[in-house]
Ligand binder design. Structure first.
Ligand code: CDV
Length: 323
C-alpha cells in the first residue's frame, strides 16, 4: 500500500491592521472545516498568519510592536485552531510572531498533530529587509528590526500524521525558500514534506518597485520547484494574498511534487483551499538515482558554502609569457 497523505495549502486573503486575531482564527477554522469535508489530513497556513504583515510598519520603539507577538502557543485566541485539529482529526502548520519568555522575538512556525501536540518548531533563518527606517522605500520591510535570526537550524521530524506511522517533515519560512542551502539541510535529513508559509509583496520595493509582476511569481515557484526536485520531496507553500494595509501580496500558493511539478495552485487572492494527494513513495526515485546523496555528493568541494558569506572576486586570468 502506498504511503499517501492528502494535504492542503490554506491560503489567506489579506488581514488588515485593524482586524483582530479572533477574525483571522475564525477564517482559519472555516478553512479547516472545508478541508475536513475534502478529506484533507494536514493543512498549511501562511507565515505570520494571525495578523497583518506588520514588518511593513515602522515603530521607533520596538516594544510598540509587541502586541503583534504571541507569548504563548496555544493561547486563548489560538485555542480554536487546536480544538478544530482535534475535532476534525487534522494536523496543521501555523506561522506567527513569537515572543519568548526571555523577551526574544522570532518569526516562527509550528507543526501541530491532530491531538493538538506541537511536533516541531522552526524559527526563520533568512530574514529579508532592513533594521532601520528607510526613507527611500514607499513600503518598509523591517523583519531585521523586529526579529532575531532563527536559532533552531532547519530541523526535520519523523512523526505519525494522518494514517501514516511516520512522515519526515520540515519547515521553511518565506524568504528561506530562495536559498538552496536551506533546502539541502532539510534534504540531508531525508525530508519528505516541506511546509512553508509566505508573505511576498507584488512589488520589489528594494528596487523602487521595479520588477515585472510575473517574474516575482515565477521566482517564487522556481525556487520551490527546484528545492523539491533537488531534494526529492513534496512542498506545500502557502501565501497570504491580496491587498493588505494598501500593499499587494501576490498569492499563487502551490503544492509541488518531488519531480518539481506544481500539482495544485491557488487562483484567487482570497481565503482559498487547494489540495493534493501526495504519495510519499515517489520521493524514492530522486533519492535513489540522480540525488542519491551518499553516492554523488562531494562535500570536500563545497567548503565555501559554510566558510564564506558574501561573494569574493575570482582570480584574474593573465596570459603567461611564452616559456
Ligand atoms: N516575508 C518575506 O520573507 N518576504 C520576502 C520578500 C521581502 C522578498 C520573500 O522572499 O518573499
Amino acid at each position: 500500500m502506498s504511503r499517501s497523505i492528502t494535504v492542503a495549502a490554506a491560503q489567506l486573503g489579506p488581514i488588515q491592521m485593524t482586524e483582530p486575531r479572533s477574525v483571522a482564527v475564525e477564517r482559519m477554522v472555516r478553512l479547516m472545516e472545508r478541508a475536513h469535508r475534502r478529506g484533507v489530513e494536514l493543512v498549511v497556513f501562511p507565515e505570520l498568519a494571525l495578523t497583518t504583515f506588520f514588518p511593513r510598519h515602522y515603530h521607533k520603539d520596538i516594544a510598540e510592536a509587541d502586541h503583534w507577538f504571541e507569548t504563548a502557543m496555544p493561547s486563548n485566541e489560538t485555542a480554536p485552531l487546536f480544538a478544530a485539529a482535534r475535532k476534525y482529526g487534522i494536523g496543521f502548520h501555523l506561522g506567527y510572531a513569537e515572543m519568548t519568555e526571555g523577551g526574544r522575538r522570532f518569526n516562527t512556525a509550528i507543526l501541530v498533530n491532530p491531538d493538538g501536540d506541537i511536533l516541531l518548531k522552526y524559527r526563520k533563518v533568512h530574514l529579508p529587509g532592513h533594521a532601520e527606517y528607510d526613507p527611500r522605500r514607499k513600503v518598509q520591510h523591517l523583519e531585521k528590526r523586529y526579529f532575531e535570526v532563527g536559532n533552531l537550524g532547519f530541523p526535520v521530524i519523523r512523526a505519525p500524521m494522518a494514517s501514516l506511522p511516520g512522515i519526515n517533515m520540515g519547515m521553511l519560512i518565506c524568504n528561506d525558500r530562495r536559498w538552496p542551502e536551506a533546502w539541502r539541510v532539510l534534504g540531508l535529513q531525508s525530508v519528505e514534506l516541506v511546509l512553508l508559509g509566505y508573505n511576498t509583496p507584488s512589488l520589489n520595493m528594494e528596487a523602487g518597485g521595479f520588477e515585472a509582476h510575473h517574474l516575482r511569481v515565477f521566482h517564487s515557484h522556481l525556487s520551490i520547484q527546484a528545492g523539491c526536485y533537488q531534494n526529492a520531496c513534496f512542498a506545500v507553500a502557502t501565501a497570504k494574498a491580496g491587498t493588505e494595509d494598501g500593499c499587494e501580496l501576490f498569492g499563487h500558493s502551490i503544492i509541488v511534487n518531488p519531480q518539481g511539478e506544481i500539482i495544485a495552485m491557488a487562483t484567487s487572492w482570497d481565503d482559498e483551499l487547494i489540495t493534493a494527494d501526495c504519495n510519499l513513495d515517489i520521493c524514492r526515485l530522486g533519492r535513489t538515482t540522480i540525488f542519491a546523496f551518499e553516492r554523488h555528493r562531494r562535500p570536500e568541494a563545497y567548503g565555501r558554502i559554510t566558510a564564506q558569506v558574501g561573494a569574493v572576486q575570482p582570480a584574474v586570468w593573465a596570459k603567461r609569457a611564452a616559456e
